[in-house]
Ligand binder design. Structure first.
Ligand SMILES: Nc1nc2c(ncn2[C@@H]2O[C@H](COP(=O)(O)OP(=O)(O)OP(=O)(O)O)[C@@H](O)[C@H]2O)c(=O)[nH]1
Length: 401
């Protein structure tokens, strides 16, 4: 019908037919919407994105007709929700995305560059060494790793001379690389055995969990995988809405309950069950991260995981962490790690943080690799974490970027 509308739109007669077509679509959509409204108490999958949206939007001169549909008194709220459905996005390929994001990472977390500028002063005073230590601590590298780096720098500075910035850059590069650990396996486990891969996403609300899932869905779609999302953050209805919006943009369905406070484990189960039935490659499940106390969290996340695993094993459990929250974020991360087996960390908001060192401290603390980094609010601002690239950017001079 999409093609039909687009083709017919080139003649006057067709314009009339198109108008009828749009109205019929609007009516059907309203009908479906009405049914959905009555199903409020059930966990219902979102209707798949209809391809009519792009066709209708591409039609020049159709705006008035579409607006008419929206103005109809009866179906108005639903038509309003569905009629302006955007054309499917074409997610940016991962490689392009990484190149674009590297400069943003550099300008935000470049504490390495600040350290090198101190060495550029030549003979270092006690105050200069303190400044180096403070810079590392302020960047959330952590006390232990800071001690290690300081020791290495003091030793090597004696041998190489503090003013030899290029040689010190190499020392610092080697040490940071060792601490970031390029040997950790950062691939996402997305392959289920005779079942979809299941990615469970946990973390405190506000860290960027839902946004990250939206961005991750785009990456997976760009890689040619079929995806289904599960909105098991039932604590806040807006979270499911937000997830649906992300899903619609790349043509990914969302299994959700419209009832606030529905059982998260049952939504998660439905998502995995439907994912299996449809034969999708990956199901990504969003969860609520309220932290009233450890017991509640353990009960809720534990149950979600147990119930999902009646259907298929969870292949990847990602902890989403806000890089700007420093030590507070670290203690939350520790708590989540006690409650579920974290297999990877997503570090968000690295663009707004001068604390790139959190990569080192969180990996060291949890023994789990940072697998993805969020570098902005844009749809394609999520990239796989690349240890060597990260360290190089920390140390690169602004002129070389
Ligand atoms: N600058 C920046 N902002 C981000 C990034 N990731 C997420 N955000 C923003 O952080 C805010 C919170 O993101 P959400 O995805 O709603 O957080 P959440 O953890 O899902 O929280 P709930 O929806 O309450 O469960 C939003 O304004 C996002 O746009 C990032 O990498 N960089």
């Amino acid at each position: 019908m999409n093609d039909l509308i687009t083709t017919l739109g080139n003649s006057d007669v067709a314009l009339t037919l198109t108008t009828v077509g749009v109205t019929v679509i609007g009516g059907l959509v309203a009908l479906l919407g009405g049914l959905r409204g009555r199903d409020d108490d059930e966990t219902t999958p979102q209707a798949p994105s209809t391809p009519a949206g792009p066709g209708v939007e591409a039609e020049p001169g159709d705006e008035g007709d579409a607006a008419e549909v929206v103005r109809e008194p009866e179906p108005a709220p639903v038509a309003e929700e569905v009629a302006p459905e955007p054309a499917l996005d074409r997610p940016e390929p991962v490689l392009t995305r990484m190149q674009r994001l590297r400069s943003r990472l550099a300008t935000s977390g470049a504490f390495g560059q600040r350290l090198l500028s101190v060495f550029g002063r030549g003979d270092l005073s006690v105050e200069d060494w303190e400044e180096i230590e403070d810079t590392l601590l302020m960047a959330d590298v952590g006390v232990e790793a800071t001690d290690e780096i300081m020791e290495e720098l003091r030793t090597q500075a004696k041998v190489l001379g503090t003013g030899n910035v290029e040689a010190i850059r190499e020392v610092l590069r080697a040490k940071l690389l060792e601490l970031v650990n390029p040997d950790m396996d950062r691939t996402l486990a997305l392959e289920g055995a005779d079942a979809p891969g299941v990615v469970l996403v946990v973390g405190v609300n506000g860290t960027g969990k839902t946004t990250t899932i939206g961005k991750l869905a785009r990456i997976l779609v760009a890689e040619g995988r079929s995806v289904l999302l599960g909105a098991a953050d039932t604590f806040r209805a807006a979270a499911a809405e937000q997830l649906s919006t992300w899903g619609e943009r790349v043509g990914v369905d969302v299994v959700r309950s419209d009832r606030e406070g529905a059982d998260p484990a049952s939504v998660a189960y439905d998502a995995v069950e439907q994912g299996s039935a449809r034969g999708v490659d990956v199901v990504v499940v969003d969860t609520a991260g309220r932290l009233q106390n450890k017991r509640d969290l353990m009960d809720e996340l534990g149950k979600v995981k147990r119930v999902i695993e009646k259907k298929a094993p969870v292949t990847e459990t990602l902890l989403v962490m806000d890089a700007t929250t420093g030590q507070n974020g670290m203690s939350q991360a520790r708590l989540f790690a006690e409650v579920v087996d974290i297999t990877g960390i997503v570090l968000t908001k690295l663009d707004g943080s001068a604390k790139g060192g959190i990569v080192i401290s969180v990996q060291r603390e949890l023994g789990v690799p940072v697998k993805l980094v969020g570098l902005g609010e844009g749809a394609d601002d999520l990239a796989p974490f690349d240890a060597a690239g990260f360290v190089d950017e920390l140390l690169s001079s602004p002129a070389s970027r």
